[in-house]
Design a protein around this ligand. Sequence first.
Ligand code: HEC
Ligand code: HEC
Ligand code: HEC
Ligand code: HEC
Ligand code: HEC
Ligand code: HEC
Length: 302
Amino acid sequence: MLPQMMLRPVVAIALSILAVFPLDSAFAEYGDIILNKTAEAMRDAEVDDVVFPHWFHRIRFRCSVCHEDIFRLKAGENEISMAIITEKKEMCGVCHNGLIAWEPLECERCHALEPGWSPGVIQHSVKGVSKVDLLLGKVGTKAKPYSKFMEIASGWHPLALSKSGLPLDKYGLVDWAKAVKEKIVQPLWSLDPEVKETEHRIRDNDILFVAKGASMPDVLFPHGIHSYWLECKICHETKGGAIFKDELGANNITMMDIGKGKWCSRCHDKTAFPISDCMRCHNHPKGTPLGKNVLVREAKNP
Ligand code: HEC
Ligand code: HEC
Ligand code: HEC
Ligand code: HEC
Ligand code: HEC
Ligand code: HEC
């Protein structure tokens, strides 16, 4: 396996944090995203920043319901305002209009986070906690949360968790692949009741990424579970530039770039399982037989 030192420092740090992070606080914030581009106007109106809980929504909807017809797949790229939500009924207002979900009357339900946070996805909010405390695992409890974020999140998430009995992975994060394979949740593909499940295209093959290095297991990329959650165009015609060209071997993907937030980590580490879970991607030991429907993609020369 690759020594930690070879990874980007940020990946290595994430790994060491995960090793000591208490599980309940780790999953409490999985995939939440802070929206505060309009901080100035929000301060004038005396409301806090907005927290969007991704996984509260994905229990009900697959990614394609929102991406990218309603929201572009990049933090900070969507210009959201109250006029858009309440008058135009776009963005959050597509659903938060009293029909699909509650109307935006109680401000604090969305404007839930005290200002001072950076926008984007939060996995572990460590604001106000010293690095030493973090490494020692002293990061608060549900009764005495270390951050406002954890307090809010423990209101939504464990409730959703205990009610739905969602399966967890080894980090205590929700195992979304298992949750849908076992039909524990059956999120909608479309808000339009006329759209039938059969109109939804699934590409049921796997792509074997032959990883450089003799000891690193290869990566079997399942097109199936990805196209269950995501429409083809989210990856292959992403607004602002495709994440992946839809041609075998056409993308020069390296672990270094994945560590920098490109390719697979456009989603993994943010709203899908984290990059530190190496073997969940490097899931195919070299030389073991391949199932059917596998396309082999040879490693490019380094
Ligand atoms: C109910 C709507 C909704 C659903 C469903 C949804 N998202 Fe999002 N997603 C958002 C919003 C809102 C943002 C934030 C956009 C912004 O900051 O401008 C976002 C942002 C993102 C980002 C950008 C993160 C970054 O750091 O750039 C990714 C990646 C993402 N979503 C992936 C997913 C995946 C994968 C799924 C399904 C498993 C999903 N989303 C389901 C609404 C949704
Ligand atoms: C595709 C439809 C859809 C979109 C788009 C959507 N939501 Fe939701 N949202 C829901 C549904 C459904 C619920 C659950 C409502 C319920 O439990 O009554 C929900 C729940 C929530 C919750 C959970 C907390 C609580 O008190 O129930 C928050 C916070 C929230 N939405 C914020 C947002 C924000 C902010 C946006 C826009 C950035 C947004 N939502 C966009 C459908 C949507
Ligand atoms: C469904 C979730 C939701 C609810 C409920 C909600 N907001 Fe917002 N609000 C947002 C989002 C999302 C933004 C954009 C945040 C950003 O990107 O900076 C926003 C932005 C704002 C802004 C700054 C931009 C603008 O439109 O001027 C103000 C002011 C604001 N909200 C006030 C309120 C008030 C007051 C209430 C209660 C009456 C409220 N909001 C309820 C989601 C919500
Ligand atoms: C999560 C992102 C993602 C989604 C969603 C996705 N793909 Fe792909 N696709 C990939 C990756 C990664 C590759 C491999 C590219 C490479 O080899 O460099 C690929 C390769 C392909 C290829 C060439 C190899 C092959 O399978 O024949 C085609 C064609 C393709 N995709 C079509 C589709 C279609 C059709 C859908 C929707 C049903 C889809 N993809 C959904 C990521 C995705
Ligand atoms: C557009 C978002 C997106 C991109 C890009 C993406 N994934 Fe995923 N991936 C998901 C989602 C969503 C799931 C469902 C599980 C979850 O959410 O944790 C998933 C699941 C998986 C699984 C299944 C795990 C299991 O337990 O069954 C593997 C393996 C995987 N991804 C590998 C990859 C690899 C390798 C790449 C890059 C070549 C990649 N993914 C790119 C969103 C994405
Ligand atoms: C989301 C999926 C995913 C996860 C998680 C992941 N990798 Fe990778 N990794 C890949 C892909 C895709 C490649 C590219 C294979 C190719 O085509 O060369 C790769 C390549 C590699 C390579 C070969 C060298 C290179 O840069 O291409 C090494 C070594 C590696 N990964 C180590 C790791 C380690 C260590 C971890 C855990 C910290 C990890 N990977 C986690 C998807 C992943």
